[in-house]
Ligand binder design. Structure first.
Ligand SMILES: [Zn+2]
Length: 457
């Protein structure tokens, strides 16, 4: 008869050779994190007013990835980046390589940027916002190549970390987000004190906990709908989302924290402009996430459904050659840069595109969590509306897949201003979106939600 000591030894050997035993009917998950802080001084993104490249760092910038796998073996890859945004060309190339390498489809990948305004310019993103020399553009191109390698490496790390896991979801609450279109920045402290802040905001913090079978979190994914614009100086930092992630990783041993930017295109963290405030907002967010993690969370059955599409999102109208020539001679350097860029596109392509291939993802986790991921800088109306339409367990992330422009609601489109119209200049796009932008996106999201829910019946 085999001694119990020998049995224990064989069990250990099996464990070492084959890893954790697989539990039928459960999730598996893996996670990984890699630093993506530029290794040389590079031009920073988010503000067109900077006059020199970066001068050091306050925090590292990170690429993080979580791979989840349901009980049927269907996998989903979530990637977060402490960056202002990522353009279509770079994002598409990265997703294609991930899909090929790991034998998955595009609809199994979510990519999200935190929108920190103290990160580097990324490839051609916001290309008409910067006036920098050739040497600086070369460093931007080098960073894009470096970034692609790092993202692929991070995803690889998450795939090689797969282990049995439990997923659960909950929501926290934090109030430093302020609608920036409806409150003068300098008046915010007084308005807040009087309870008179105006305009829609979404204070909810969606939280996804990935725990090992002992209940210990190995990854936490959380979101907030608010610009990462506390800081605007020349030091690399993840802004308040970066500090929130650092705080959570300090509090939970061997846990990777990932921030998903929400629909905060018209929302700012106010007041702002000091490192102390960035750290403070990060800590407050981490406190709210920790409370959620330690409270009652809804366990998610190990069922993952995924979908992804790109719809032709139309522009209002296209400028003709004469208008573009006039624009290229504008005294406003941003309008002039866009005019020249579009004239060059016209010359090379023979025409301008009258729409943009707008990315939308819809995932369902378990029977309850609906996760909508939208491209671009999406205003807060969308997350509020989708929760009303699809239920309380709906989580809408903006800044996902690629960031090509602001995405106004009908209300913001009609009001106009930066998020409704003029921000298009900095993204090098020919005009504002068509007036039906909200209806077109809502219809497509609704169709995708219907079909994902029907597939679960
Ligand atoms: Zn923005």
């Amino acid at each position: 008869m085999m001694s119990s000591f020998l049995k224990f030894g064989i069990s250990c050997l099996i464990f070492l050779v084959f890893g954790y035993p697989s539990f039928a009917g459960s999730w598996k998950a893996g996670r990984s994190a890699i630093v993506i802080t530029p290794t040389q001084s590079t031009w920073m993104s988010g503000y067109g007013s900077r006059d020199r490249p970066s001068e050091g760092k306050r925090t590292e910038l990170w690429c993080k990835a979580v791979v989840i796998e349901d009980s049927t073996g269907r996998q989903g890859v979530i990637i977060t980046l402490d960056l202002v945004g990522i353009g279509r060309k770079l994002s598409t190339g990265i997703c294609r390589k991930i899909a090929e390498k790991h034998s998955i489809q595009r609809n199994q990948i979510i990519l999200n940027t935190s929108h920190t305004h103290t990160g580097p310019i990324v490839g051609g993103n916001l290309n008409t916002m910067y006036f920098i020399d050739e040497g600086n553009w070369e460093r931007v191109a080098e960073y894009a190549a470096f970034l692609e390698g790092k993202v692929l490496e991070t995803v690889e790390g998450a795939f090689s970390d797969m282990q049995p896991a439990d997923l659960s979801s909950g929501f926290g609450f934090e109030t430093f987000a302020v609608n920036r279109r409806n409150n003068r920045e300098s008046s915010v402290p007084a308005l807040r004190k009087q309870g008179e802040l105006n305009g829609p905001v979404d204070y909810r913090i969606p939280v996804l906990k990935v725990a090992n079978p002992m209940g210990k979190p190995i990854a936490v994914i959380f979101g907030y709908a608010c610009h990462a614009t506390v800081l605007s100086d020349y030091l690399w930092s993840g802004d308040y989302p970066g500090y929130a992630q650092i705080e959570l990783e300090n509090r939970f041993d061997d846990c990777v924290a990932l921030f998903m930017a929400g629909c905060g295109a018209d929302v700012n963290p106010l007041p702002r402009r000091s490192a102390e405030l960035a750290r403070n907002y990060g800590k407050r967010l981490a406190d709210a996430v920790q409370l959620t993690l330690e409270g009652v969370m809804e366990p998610l059955d190990p069922v993952l459904a995924v979908s992804y599409t790109e719809i032709p999102l139309k522009f209002h109208a296209l400028p003709d050659v004469k208008q573009l020539q006039e624009q290229s001679e504008s005294e406003n350097r941003f309008i002039a840069a866009r005019g020249k860029s579009l004239l060059s596109t016209l010359e090379h392509q023979g025409k301008l595109d009258d729409s943009y291939p707008y990315p939308i993802g819809v995932w369902q986790l378990g029977n309850s969590v609906l996760w909508i991921t939208l491209g671009g800088e999406v205003v807060v109306d969308y997350s509020i509306k989708f929760r009303k339409l699809f239920g309380e367990m709906t989580w809408t992330s903006g800044y996902s897949h690629d960031v090509m422009a602001y995405i106004p609601s009908s209300r913001v489109w009609k009001e106009g201003g930066y998020e409704g119209e003029t921000a298009m200049i900095y993204y090098g796009l020919p005009n504002k979106w068509s007036s039906v932008v909200e209806a077109v996106i809502t219809d497509k999201v609704s169709q995708m939600v219907d079909s994902i829910r029907n597939s679960q019946d």
